[in-house]
Design a protein around this ligand. Sequence first.
Ligand code: ADP
Length: 721
Amino acid sequence: MFDFHLEEPYSFLCAFIPALFNLILLFYILTFLPKNRVTNVFALLTLGCVLWQLNDAVLRIVNTKEAADFWDSIFCVAWIFVTPLCFHFAILYTQRLKWQYSRLYISLLYIPSFIFFTLYQMHAYEHVFENLGFWGWGNFHNKNIIDIIQIYWISMWAIATLVLMFVRTFKIGDKLLRKQSFLITAGLAIPTSVGVITQVIFPTLFHRSPVPLTSSFMTFFSIATVVALRKYKLFTVSDLINNRTLIEALPIIVISVSTEKRITYINKFGKTTLGLTKKDITTLNIDDLFLHSSKEAERDFNGAWERTIKKNSVETLESTLFASTGKIDIILSSTPIINNNMVQGVLFTARDITELKRSHELIKHKEAMLEEAQQISHVGSWEWNVSTNAILWSDELYRIYGYLPRETAPYVIYAACITVEEQELNKIVIDKACIDHKPFGFYHRIIKKDGTEAIVHIQGKVTTDEYNKPVYMNGTTQDITESIRKTDMLKKQNEELQKINTELDKFVYSVSHDLRAPLTSMLGVIGICEEDTNEITTKEHLKLLKESIFKLDHFILEILDYSKNSRVEIKKEQIDFRELLDEIIGNLQQMNNEYKVDIRACVKSSTDFFSDRNRLSIVLNNLISNAIRYSSPHTSDRFAQVEVNITHDGARISVKDNGIGIEKHLHDKIFGMFYRVSADSKGSGLGLYIANEAVKKLNGTIAVESEIEKGSVFTIYLPNN
Ligand code: ADP
C-alpha cells in the first residue's frame, strides 16, 4: 500500500502540483475570505478538488492494483461529492434557484452521493483498475451499471452547474459581476468537458480506456478562481452582507417569535431601542413588549397574530411599544416564518414612527391654525398646477364663494360666481403673469351661491420650470366686501367731519371777531366813566373791569390765532426778523409797563429767510409775552432775550428769560391745549399750544429747557422755505 515508485514523475506532478496549488487556495479562502454559506461551500469544493487531485497523483505512483483500490477508496469521497458541491456552490453564488432556502432540496442533492459513496466503500460491485502506463492506474467505471449510473450522475451535476453559471453570466446586469461569473464558468467548463469526454463518454460509449485528466484540468478552474478573487473581488461584493449582518444593521426592530409567542430573536437595533438584554429576551413573551393603548388596539394586535399564524398572511398595523426612552409608536408588520411547509413562528418588523407621528400631529395642528387664521381674516388660498390643470382650494375659499368646503369642483364655482366679462378680465391678468412671471393682483366682483354680492382681492405668483414655462400658480383670495364697506363709511364720516370742522372754524372766527367790537365799545365807555368820576372806589372797580375786558380780548385774540393757523393756507414770504421783532416788542410795550422786563433782540443772518410771517408772528408774540408775563418778581434785572440765527437751511430762534421757570416734569405738558402750570396762571393755557401747532404747520420743531427760579429757554427751528 505504501510502496510507491516514481517512474513517470511528470505524470505524478501533473496531478500533485495542482493539488498543492488548490491547497494554498483553500488556506487563502479559510484565512482571508469572509465566512458565509457561499465561501464555506466553495472551501469544501476546493478541498474536494485537492483530494481528487491527490487521488490521481497517488494512483500514478502506486505499484499494485490493490494499492490503487485502497487509495481510491480513501479519496473517492472527493470525486463522488465534488459535482453536487459544485452545483450547491452555483445555486448559492447565482442565487437563481430558490433551493438555497430549502433543506429538503439540498439534502436531495447530496443523498445519492452518500448512497454511491456507501456502495463504493462497501465494494458492492467490483472496482476495476487497470494500468494505463504513463497515467498510472485507471479506474474503469464502465463495467457495472451502478458505476455507470454513478459517473453519469456526477457528470449531470457538473453540466447543470455550467448551465446555471452560463444563464447567470448572460442575465446579470453588473459588469464586474458578469466578468467574474464568466471567468468561473469558463474555468469550470474546461475540466467538466475534459472529464465528461475522457472519463465518462470514452469508457462507457466507445469502450476506450479512461484518461484521468480531469483533476489536472481542474487547475483552470483554480486559476479562474484566483483571478476572480484578486481582480473581480469574488465573494466580497454582495456575499459579505449575509442575512444576519443585514438584519443586525437595519435601523428597524426585528423580532422573531415562536408559535407559542416566545421571543426567539431580537436584532441589535431592537435590543437597544427596547433596552433589552440577552437574558430578558429568553424570558420574555411578545405580549410583554406591547403597550396597547386601548382594548381595540389589543384586539387588532391579536387578530393580526392569529391571521399570520393561521392564514399565513402578512399583516400591518400601528401599535405602541415599551422602549428604554418611554413608549414609542410603531408601524408593525407580522410575517409568518415558514419552514418545511409549516409555520414555525412569526417575524415582526417594527419601525419607530414616534417622530413621524409627532410631526404629523404638528402639521395637523398647523393646518388647523392656518384654517382658523383664514376663517378669521376671510382669506382663502388656492393653487393651480398648470401642467395637470389640477386646482386646489382651501376650505375658506369655498366659504368665500358661499359654498361648503369641497362641495363641488372649484372651476364649477368659478364659472357660476363670476360674470363672463369679469372672467375675461381675470384671464388677461393671468395670461400676462404667465408671460412676465411677475406677482399679480386684481379685484373682482362675485355673486355668491346665495345671490349676495361680494368683492374679492386676488393675489398670486407664478412658478416656472427650468425652461421658463409656467408650471404652478398659487396665491390668496381675500373677501374685502366688509373692509370696503368700512372704508366707504369712514370716508363719508371723514368728509362730514371736515365739513363740520370748517363750519366750526368759520363760526369761531366770526363769533370771536364779532365779540371784539362790543369789548372795544365797553373799553371806550369805561374810559368816559373814568374821566367822569373822582370816586376812588369807582375808579378801582373800573380798573378791574378794564383788566377783565383786556383778558377776555386777549383770549379772543388767541382763539382767532388758533383759527387762523388751522384755516389759512401757508404763505411764503421773505421775513425781516428785525422789523418783525420790533413790531411785536412795540405791541407788547404797554403790557411790559407793568413788568419792566428788558427785552433784547439779536438777529444774525447770512442769507434771506422765507416763511409764513403771520404764523411766525403768532409764535414769537406768544413766547415773548410769556417771557414778560412769567418774569420773576424777585429779580431786579428781568430780561427777555430773543436770538435769531439764519442760515441757508433754516432759522434757529431762541427766547430766553430769567423768569420763574417751569418744573422739569411739566415741560411736555405745557404745549397741551388749555394747560396752565397753576390755577393762578395769568393766561388761558392756549398760547404755547397755538405756538406749537403753528411751528408744526411750518415743518419746524419747538423745545423747552427750564429751571424753577432760574428761567426758561424756548428754542425753535424752522426750515428755510
Ligand atoms: P398761558 O396763556 O396761560 O400763558 P401758555 O400755553 O402760553 O398759556 O403757557 C402754559 C403755561 O406754561 C403757563 O400757564 C405758564 O405757567 C407756563 N409758562 C409758559 N411760558 C413760561 C415762561 N417763559 N416762564 C415760566 N412759565 C411759563
